[in-house]
Design a protein around this ligand. Structure first.
Ligand code: AKG
Ligand code: FE2
Length: 342
């Protein structure tokens, strides 16, 4: 099997003045409004997050988010900008409740409707339909991104070595269109940074012959370890696919540098050039509490720098929710019309 060499990337010092990420700041007044809205979805009397009742209440609440936030989400959906990343800052993640210690168990999820779960779900419901995958984190819609003891070298969000650039669930035909990551506890070491790179900015750095190879079905992508596969141990049965798809002037990108395998030497060279271009144009985000990074999974890859977890309850903690645009497109994969792809 062809494998490309992947030197560790270092996060660039992002200069706020030139960073191409779209940023939207929530005001203190809006934060109060969002706390009140989340309050209608949280508490012991509410059904669990994954029930149709809670989801339907969250969908109704989502249209009552502050107008400027709705505007930012609609604009991002219309055009995700040069970096395909929207950074919402200043969202509430707790409202009176005490944030428990960071969980340190595999497949940790958030079935109880907390403020943070209500906030990320309502925001993502304005971008599309929230979805999950039955084989990943047991199909729960709001998932915890936390380092897990014993999983340090895993190429998944439980790991703490460098997490290679990837689109989410590249192997899946109905992968999410958007990935939302809400910071609820910062990495105490400050080393863990979410990195995003878009094909829109990488494209001008690539030669025409490289682009041509990337647009041909010369690559194969395995399911990631979060789907229960061991690293580098894919089923190998998935069909070959191009990495760049659609109009080559502004293509979609389908690649996971830990799970996509070039099928010949030219494909290997082209994939290495693509990774170099992504690393050159990367933005790094040291997410603060209340920051929600939304990545457009059609044009933007993401990854994370390495860090050293403490496993004492103080580690970095984010919540993750996927959304996609077209519930009809994925209906074939959603038995009974549930939001969980089987
Ligand atoms: O930990 C991060 O910043 C990103 C993790 C990730 O890729 C994910 O949860 O999909
Ligand atoms: Fe990811």
């Amino acid at each position: 099997m062809h494998q490309i060499e992947m030197p560790e990337f270092a996060a660039p010092d992002t200069n706020a003045a030139v960073d191409p990420v779209v940023v939207h700041d929530v005001t203190a007044e809006e934060r109060t409004e969002i706390v009140a809205l989340a309050g209608t979805l949280t508490g012991p009397d509410h059904p669990l997050v994954d029930t149709p009742q809670w989801l339907s209440a969250a969908l109704n609440a989502s249209s009552l988010l502050p107008r400027t936030l709705l505007h930012a989400l609609r604009a991002f959906r219309h055009d995700p900008g040069p970096q395909g990343t929207l950074l919402l800052r200043g969202l509430p993640v707790v409202a009176g409740e005490q944030l428990p210690p960071t969980p340190g168990v595999p497949n940790s999820v958030e079935p109880v409707p907390t403020t943070a779960a209500a906030v990320i779900a309502t925001v993502m419901l304005q971008l599309g339909e929230v979805i999950a995958f039955r084989n990943e984190k047991h199909g729960h819609l709001v998932q915890n991104v936390v380092p897990v003891p014993g999983h340090e070298v895993s190429q998944s969000n439980a790991g703490s070595v460098l997490l290679e650039l990837h689109i989410e669930n590249a192997f899946h035909a109905n992968r999410p269109d958007y990935v939302g990551l809400l910071s609820i506890r910062e990495d105490p070491t400050g080393d863990a940074k979410l990195c995003t790179s878009s094909i829109r900015r990488a494209l001008p750095l690539l030669d025409a012959d490289v682009l041509q190879v990337l647009a041909e079905p010369r690559f194969r992508t395995d399911a990631p370890p979060s789907f229960g596969a061991r690293d580098g141990d894919g089923d190998g049965a998935r069909s070959v696919h191009p990495i760049l798809q659609g109009d080559l002037a502004d293509p979609n990108v389908v690649v996971d540098f830990a799970a996509t395998h070039p099928q010949d030497d030219m494909a290997k060279i082209a994939m290495a050039a693509l990774r170099d271009a992504f690393v050159t144009t990367m933005s790094a985000h040291r997410l603060q509490v209340g920051d929600l990074a939304v990545v457009d999974n059609r044009v933007t890859v993401h990854g994370r720098t390495s860090f050293v977890p403490r496993y004492d309850g103080s580690d970095r903690w984010m919540e993750r929710v996927y959304a996609h645009l077209d519930n009809r497109r994925s209906r074939v994969d959603r038995p009974g019309g549930s939001p969980v792809l089987g």
